[in-house]
Design a protein around this ligand. Structure first.
Ligand code: ATP
Ligand code: MG
Length: 375
């Protein structure tokens, strides 16, 4: 069985914050890192041994990344299949390209989940303008129109609330020029996520279930442990494990779910990589999601994911950064600040996060409110 030992070089396609946190953790473990990203001095490039600065589509650069790496991983899912095939022929890519192909496209992703009998929101693929109208009969209103590819943080999504908005929906579809789906709106009571690691030997481990609050479709905060019943927790974890095993995942897979008002779990989407809702694990679990990812792709036994403390993770977006810096001397001593080294602070861009540890959510929540950064 292949084990990539410390001292080896891990190549990361993408230089964002996820790559940065993989590299910081992996450096502690004795690995070396090379990243490929078009932006010089990227968040990951700042902490890696080497950044190759070039577009992800520049084949020469992709080849150089593969040549200098003992194992390759990626930190985003929109990797072109030409690129993965170059990587796979030149280097070791334990995560493979099949999972990327599935998670890059909502139609493939949801159809695959359905084939595993995993519950997803009822949906239809828009094939004609007419479908936008008839979807009302099949899925009801409101419904959500989503692009099949390229969406993140709610980009590429439109909630259609009434019949009057149908012409608008048709216009959006005509302009988009890419495949789109219509999804039933799920009136959820909570959003949950479970991150599962699976290593190259098939060992799996879940992280504690996170309860996620979004503002404007962007993750705002995660509460861990999620305030759900034991039964719901077991349901969430077993659904996540079933997905990881059925897809033969290697590395991490994050599974976003809705908990409906009836207490049912419906899977929303998958991400085949470390996930924002798993950042709490950096300070609250014995093994962080980043360490676990490295262990998984390097063929090492997976680490213990036990939660050591209740925690609220809060994202720092561009509009919050200055306030955080102004109040840095007021952060509670149990708050752990993580900043990603991004040069430009743009509204809604993820600049960092704070992990607030404490004994109860009430106490942590009060500390967060007292800071007055997010209100
Ligand atoms: P991400 O940044 O997680 O990749 P995304 O843009 O790919 O986001 P989704 O995760 O599908 O999109 O949706 C973003 C958010 O919109 C969800 O977290 C949820 O709050 C809301 N949402 C999406 N689909 C539905 C649905 N079918 N019913 C109700 N709310 C939904
Ligand atoms: Mg999502």
């Amino acid at each position: 069985m292949k084990v990539i030992k410390p001292g080896s070089t891990i190549g990361i396609l993408g230089g964002g914050q996820l790559g940065r946190m993989i590299s910081i953790t992996g450096r502690n473990m004795g690995y070396r890192f090379v990243t490929l990203d078009p932006t010089p001095n990227s968040p990951c490039g700042q902490v890696a041994d080497l950044q190759i600065t070039a577009p992800y589509t520049e084949l020469k650069a992709v080849k150089a990344l593969a040549d200098s790496s003992d194992v390759i991983t990626y930190e985003f899912e929109n990797v072109d299949s030409t690129i993965t095939s170059i990587l796979e022929t030149t280097s070791f890519v334990p995560q493979g390209s099949e999972l990327l192909k599935i998670t890059q496209n909502r139609i493939r992703e949801k159809s695959t989940l359905k084939s595993f009998h995993v519950p997803v929101a009822p949906f239809l693929v828009i094939q004609s303008e007419n479908d936008i109208e008839t979807a009302i009969d099949r899925l009801g209103l409101p419904y959500i129109m989503k692009t099949a590819t390229g969406g993140y943080d709610g980009k590429g999504q439109w909630v259609i609330k009434s019949k009057e908005e149908i012409p608008f929906a048709m216009e959006v579809w005509n302009k988009a020029g890419i495949d789109m789906i219509i999804e039933q709106f799920i009136p959820f009571s909570k959003e949950l996520s479970v991150i599962v690691a699976r290593n190259i030997h098939g060992q799996t481990k879940t992280f504690p279930v996170a309860e996620n609050d979004h503002i404007n479709n962007i993750l705002h905060q995660s509460f861990v442990p999620a305030r759900i019943t034991d039964e719901q927790r077991i349901q969430a974890e077993s659904t996540a494990l079933k997905i990881a095993d059925s897809l033969q995942v290697v590395g991490l897979i994050a599974i976003e779910m809705f908990l409906t008002n009836d207490g049912e779990i419906i899977v929303n989407e998958l991400a085949p990589r470390p996930h924002n809702s798993g950042h709490y694990s950096m300070d609250a679990c014995i093994t962080s999601q980043f360490e676990q990812h490295i262990r998984a792709i390097c063929g090492m036994p997976l680490g213990d994911t036990t939660l050591l403390s209740p925690i609220i993770m809060v994202n720092i977006l561009g509009q919050h950064l200055n306030k955080v810096l102004d109040k840095i001397d007021q952060l509670p001593p149990t708050a752990k600040l993580h900043l990603y080294g991004k040069k430009e602070s743009v509204e809604n861009r993820k600049m960092g996060h704070i992990n607030f540890l404490g004994s109860t959510f009430e106490q942590i929540d009060e500390e967060i409110k007292n800071l007055g950064i997010w209100s």
